[in-house]
Write a protein that binds this ligand. Structure first.
Ligand code: PBG
Length: 335
């Protein structure tokens, strides 16, 4: 007797026997169009600068950003998410709304460079632009002032839309930010510009390397506005609010430590918009560091994490590996 269980004919391993069988029954697939590449552009750089905590990721000049974007587009990525690092910072993040500010000029550059061949997105948050490094304006006592910040976000959304962004990524975790930005866009005639809401965004240690990527000035933390990692149900509240305020897409961030949250959001019947997850800088750095030490198989680990994030419920994944992985996946013919 080869098998002594109660169901000797039931052998799940049959479907795992060959690569072709495994491919046929794979429930989750990766496709270049589902991957979004976050990119950094820094004012006053004369050549691209590598990041020590994110090997393989660069702070770009305006020119090198265009070239890297064109390469990502030819690999078939679904979109680009752009972050800007200004040369001068102040208390209100003036460069975020200046049409000549680095993020806004880079968006215009990219719109001209890539046309409509990919989706152009911009991070809508003040932390890269303020001298204190917080995502919003501060009161005289040093608290992050929610409603004063919304005014800046409204202007920032309009500046990004005017510069050619298809989607603005509200990532500051101020209450009411999606509704405020939506109203400002509509009032200025940008009714076709979408809001990509970083809806469930946690105060995470995994944003560590991002601080280097944007030369962050922050001292302290963002726990008074980003979510507490201890909380699961709160994500449903944040997502529902953003959708009610007009979010066109919603995101969970970070990804790997929040797959339960992602699965919850994907299971919410009222969430009928696309769901994204952001595999953040620290997630990238951990895998690169372990692989550099020979402790894990880099390529398998990357594919496994991306597959897991998709399996948990994200249709779209932001990842610093987007262009590299897209180039290794076979893209179907464009129509
Ligand atoms: C806010 C923003 C952050 C990240 C994306 N948008 C930083 C933060 O919230 O502290 C982090 C992304 C990453 O770590 O890769 N502008």
């Amino acid at each position: 007797m080869a098998f002594s269980g109660s169901f000797p004919a039931v052998r799940p391993r049959r479907l795992r026997r060959t690569p072709a069988l495994r491919r046929l029954v794979a429930q989750t697939r990766l496709h270049p169009a589902d991957l979004v590449l976050p990119m950094f552009v820094k004012e006053s750089l004369t050549e691209p600068a590598p990041l020590s905590s994110m090997p393989g990721v660069l702070q770009h000049t305006r020119d090198s950003l265009k070239a890297a974007a064109a390469q990502a587009v030819s690999a078939g990525v679904g979109g680009l998410m752009i972050f800007g690092i200004p040369a001068v910072r102040d208390g209100i993040g003036s460069q975020a709304t200046d049409p000549g500010g680095i993020l806004n000029v880079a968006l215009a550059d990219l719109r001209a460079e890539v046309g409509q061949s990919t989706v152009l997105m911009a991070d809508l948050c003040l932390d890269e632009f303020t001298d204190h490094g917080h995502c919003g304006l501060l009161t005289t006592s040093g608290e992050v002032d929610n409603d004063a910040t919304l005014e800046r976000y409204r202007e920032m959304g309009v500046a990004q839309a005017s510069s050619g962004a298809d989607l603005v990524g509200t990532s500051g975790m101020m209450d009411g930010q999606v509704g405020a930005v939506r109203a400002a866009l509509d009032a200025e005639g940008f009714t076709d510009t979408g809001v990509f809401a970083y809806a469930a965004k946690y105060a995470s240690a995994f944003y560590g390397p991002f601080r280097e990527a944007v030369d962050s000035a922050l001292t302290g933390d963002r726990r008074s506005y980003q979510q507490d990692p201890a909380n699961r149900r709160e994500a449903a509240r944040e997502v529902a609010l953003d959708i009610a305020e007009g979010a066109d897409l919603v995101m969970v961030k970070p990804a790997m430590s929040y797959l339960d949250v992602l699965a919850d959001v994907a299971a919410m019947p009222e969430v009928a918009v696309p769901i994204a997850a952001y595999q953040v800088s620290g997630e990238y750095a951990m895998i690169e560091a372990a692989a550099a030490n020979g402790w894990i198989d880099r390529d398998r680990a990357i594919l496994e994490t991306l597959t897991s994030i998709r399996r948990a419920g994200a249709q779209i994944v932001l990842t610093y590996w987007a262009a590299e992985i897209a180039a290794t996946l076979v893209a179907p013919q464009q129509d």
